[in-house]
Design a protein around this ligand. Structure first.
Ligand SMILES: [Zn+2]
Length: 394
């Protein structure tokens, strides 16, 4: 069987991707590739579970087999907040503990169809763990670059799946540079950011939400680093609108940690806002992204949805971890940013409001247990417990 050539187009110069090899960016101008066609939503059949039910809506060759681990089909848990009913979409319950599994299943299927034999990737943790698991499922050897500061459980998880782990000192941006050097030396860069296949997997989150609610959400609150979750969700809702399956696009509220909030800053102040953005320390390590690669597209999606960007402080993130755990929802600090955003924004949002919980609390046990235990202790002890840096090694 000859290798599949995916239909990709450069977002900068408009050229089609060259045949064979699957370059991670446009060889002519360095621009990002995107899918040549918008996503098409097809109503799923009754058989199957989770993401695999939406196979007809994925931009893959028809005979491809998804390297599935049972991703998707996550619970939508209702709760009351300030007299309103809100919903938590529990993406932390995916096979590797984060929403990234939706993208990884589709990305690995695309890599296999394109005849890729081994690959490299970089990640602050969740994407690396997810890619490593799906690569193991697909039998594809991978090398994954991670910041040395990544929480221990995440690094251990990546290694346990059999991936080769390369630890890089310094901030997240140094890891991104290291993997680019490997890609320029000839490795296939199976990037969940540069390659657009995963966005189609994440779009299935939109399809599920509409199915579970019986209608489109009024608003969705979600964490934003590179913004692939927001972009995939928006494209899913757009595809459903186009297909007549929903009548309106939900407002998308993208949440960043104030310590590193480039998209929020641009929305507040335009390009000038980037002048005061720093790669500051934050417990929300999964969204500590100084230069979101598809930032323009993310901000366009937010605007098209009638939504906005929100920045939250570290103390608010800590309070979010505790408040969510107090409702039986055990998530990592990156996920907990949505709680503070809900508190700030709920009065202005149309029902039903959905919060996406992106990653499991088991991923960051040092951070999450520090918050919970300090919240239960007397004030003097709390002050001491709150001192150590929540991000080890930074
Ligand atoms: Zn180009």
């Amino acid at each position: 069987m000859s290798a599949w050539d995916p239909a990709l187009r450069c977002t900068n110069c408009g050229r089609q991707s060259p045949e064979g090899g699957l370059p991670f960016r446009c060889p002519a101008c360095g621009g990002l590739f995107d899918l040549s066609e918008p996503l098409h939503f097809l109503a799923p059949g009754p058989a199957g579970h989770g993401l695999s039910r939406f196979g007809g809506s994925l931009p893959l060759p028809p005979d491809v087999e998804l390297p599935s681990l049972g991703e998707g089909g996550t619970p939508l848990v209702p709760a009351s907040f300030d007299g309103r009913r809100v919903y938590f979409k529990c993406e932390q319950l995916n096979p590797t503990g984060s929403f990234k599994d939706r993208g990884s299943a589709v990305l690995l299927a695309a890599l296999q169809a394109a005849g890729v034999r081994h690959a490299v990737e970089d990640s602050s943790g969740n994407a690396g763990a997810s890619l490593a698991a799906y690569a193991a499922r697909a039998g594809l050897p991978v090398r994954i670059f991670v910041p040395d500061s990544t929480a221990g459980p995440k690094q251990a998880q990546i290694a346990a799946y059999g991936a080769e782990v390369v630890r890089i000192l310094g901030p997240r941006s140094e890891t991104a540079k290291a993997v680019l050097r490997a890609a320029e030396a000839g490795a296939v860069y199976a990037s969940h950011i540069y390659l657009p296949f995963g966005l189609a997997g994440i779009a299935t989150l939109a399809y599920e939400l509409v199915e579970q609610l019986g209608a489109a959400p009024g608003a969705v609150i979600l964490p934003v680093g590179h913004g692939t979750l927001l972009l995939g969700l928006h494209r899913g809702f757009q595809a459903m609108l186009q297909a007549g399956a929903i009548r309106r696009l939900p407002q998308l509220l993208g949440v960043q940690a104030r310590a590193c909030a480039p998209l929020w800053a641009v929305e507040q102040a335009g390009a000038v806002g980037l002048g005061w953005v720093r790669e500051g320390e934050t417990q929300a390590e999964g969204i500590r992204i100084l230069q979101p690669l598809r930032g323009d597209a993310v901000l366009q999606a937010v605007a098209a949805s009638g939504g906005r960007m929100i920045a939250v402080e570290e103390a608010e993130i800590e309070a979010g971890v505790t408040a969510l755990a107090g409702r039986g929802l055990w998530v990592e600090p990156t996920s907990a940013v949505v709680w503070a955003a809900l508190r700030k924004e709920l009065t202005s949002l149309p029902d039903p409001v959905v919060l996406v919980l992106t990653g499991s609390g088991f991923k960051a046990t040092t951070q999450t247990t520090a918050h919970i235990s300090s919240a239960e202790q007397p004030a003097e002890v709390t002050r001491q417990a709150a001192k150590p840096s929540p991000v080890p090694g930074v």
